[in-house]
Ligand binder design. Structure first.
Ligand SMILES: [Zn+2]
Length: 509
């Protein structure tokens, strides 16, 4: 995600790239054979979701989860996050704060929810339990012991109410964001399921790779953009009032949808991937943003490792923050007025496809591990793609001066300042502290490493980290291991100095 704005100053230089314009109202049949994805997808949990969005902003759905027990132990219960519960009226832990309330709800306070109607396990009805820190977890007793590597079939019937808001999950004007909308299995680690609630700070999500087959019905005046490949329109069910789109996404860690009445799309093909930029119908610079997206895709693929999926969609939408990443699709806020800032957010969210999308991590506990890498990858892109007019040195200078100013101001108010990059997202005092420690300091840390070992080795470290950890959830230790191998040097104390806050950053300019 991008929360921080106005870090860059640049002039826009358009770069003409080979592209092709397609209309997303047409059937797009994808017959891409991807051996790596096919191989990785075997043995993963599979979600088969059939859902119908109605005009009153409710979704009736059924989710069949063919859960593969990859925990390494026998389990007798399953747990699912019910993220839409965070938007309900009586939620205690809310995904917004008093500071973001007004921009989240431009039409006034609104509520959303997910109600679990029925649950079956291996076709037998089960009495489910709603639990968790804020009644945001679906607890499904299996009533038997599911051994490691064995499979269980769980079917969940649900009804979702979408709030009228500009958040990851919400509708506003002619657009609907469906991020974190369906029941998703909690990650099992250290002997238990991770049931972290939907905090307001950071991207408080953590999930495993899975396969998705989604059959989504929606009012026919909307266009749909989503994770995965559009495999078919279901012509039998399509009628004057509804469209039905079938999607397949293998080896992804989440499934997001964006629906809109007011967008146009342009696409370009690169390698075996279709990159699509979705803007509003009134927008004129569609191709420029598509070109930027294609260049970002190319740069990250060449330097970190190949993007393994056949689709990448960059979609403009109402959004409370700068942008948000989901597998194969990223949301870019329509409220960004500054053109340079808009481009920076596009590149940042695309970089997340490598750091979050393919190489996952616990974004609650180790937010820096995807955000700092993503923010520095963005800087690297602009340094090596100067036609977009963002000056790398200016970017770093701005990061150092704004960071040191922030530290000085906080010290003057509170006597002490937290400079740790390793706090869980909910322990940062506010979005500012989180942003300065995770994004701004992250960029400074990597630039300092670049000064010490050279850009080539930093890129080699990132490449090694990507290739050694793709399709898994990585940790700090995996990151250290990759950089040690790539740089032939133990850099743990260097990183620990920044992460723990003991390294002091001085503004020497
Ligand atoms: Zn981000």
């Amino acid at each position: 995600m991008v929360k921080f704005k106005k870090l860059f100053s640049l002039k826009f230089v358009s770069f003409i790239f080979a592209f092709l314009v397609i209309s997303f109202s047409l059937v797009t049949l994808v017959s891409c054979s991807n051996n790596e994805i096919d191989r990785v997808s075997k043995g993963l949990t599979t979600y088969e979701i059939t859902a119908k969005l109605s005009e009153d902003m409710k979704i009736l759905g059924t989710e069949k989860v063919i859960y593969k027990n990859n925990t390494g132990v026998s389990i007798s219960e399953l747990y699912f996050h019910l993220y839409p519960r965070a938007f309900r009226k009586d939620a205690i832990i809310k995904p917004y704060t008093s500071l973001t309330l007004a921009s989240c709800f431009p039409n006034g306070q609104s509520y959303g929810d997910i109600e679990i109607k029925n649950v079956t396990v291996n076709e037998g009805k089960i009495e489910h339990i709603i639990s968790g820190d804020d009644e945001d977890i679906l607890n499904i007793p299996l009533n038997f012991s599911l051994e490691n590597k064995k499979i269980v079939e769980v079917v969940i019937d649900f009804e979702i109410t979408i709030p009228n808001c500009t958040h990851r999950f919400g509708y506003y004007n002619d657009n609907i964001n469906l991020g974190n909308w369906y029941p998703i299995v909690c990650v099992f680690e250290n002997g238990e399921f991770n049931k972290t609630p939907y905090y307001a700070t950071g991207d408080p999500f953590y999930s495993d790779m899975a396969n998705y087959f989604v059959n989504f019905t929606y009012p026919s005046d909307y266009s749909l953009f989503a994770t995965g490949e559009r495999i078919d329109f279901n012509e039998e069910l399509k009628n004057e009032t509804n469209n039905v789109t079938k999607l397949s996404a293998k080896a992804v860690r989440d499934f997001a949808i964006n629906l809109s009445k007011n967008t146009q799309a342009v696409s370009g093909k690169i390698d075996n991937t279709t990159v699509t930029y979705v803007g509003y119908k009134s927008d004129e610079n569609m191709q420029e943003y598509l070109n930027l997206s294609l260049k970002a895709y190319k740069f990250f693929s060449e330097n970190f490792g190949k993007y393994p999926y056949s689709s990448l969609i960059v979609v403009k939408t109402p959004f409370i923050y700068g942008g948000m990443e989901y597998p194969n699709i990223v949301f870019i806020s329509d409220s960004i007025d500054d053109e340079d800032e808009y481009k920076k957010v596009i590149v940042h969210e695309i970089a997340h496809q490598w750091w979050y999308g393919v190489v996952g991590n616990n974004e609650i506990k180790e937010a820096w591990l995807d955000e700092s890498l993503t923010e520095y990858s963005t800087a690297l892109f602009f340094e090596n793609n100067t036609e977009f007019g963002i000056d790398y040195n200016e970017l770093i200078d701005n990061a150092i001066s704004s960071y040191t100013l922030y530290v000085d101001v906080i010290k003057s108010i509170r006597d002490s300042v937290n400079t740790k990059m390793t706090l869980p997202v909910n322990e940062y005092q506010n979005d500012y502290e989180y942003s300065y420690m995770i994004y701004v300091k992250g960029v400074i840390m990597f630039d300092e490493l670049k000064n010490a070992v050279g850009e080539g080795k930093v890129v080699s470290g990132l490449k090694k980290y990507y290739n050694d950890n793709k399709f898994t959830n990585a940790t700090k230790d995996d990151f250290y291991c990759a950089f040690k191998s790539a740089c032939h040097k133990d850099l743990e104390s260097f990183f620990e100095g920044y992460l723990s806050g003991t390294t002091v950053i001085a503004n020497l300019s």
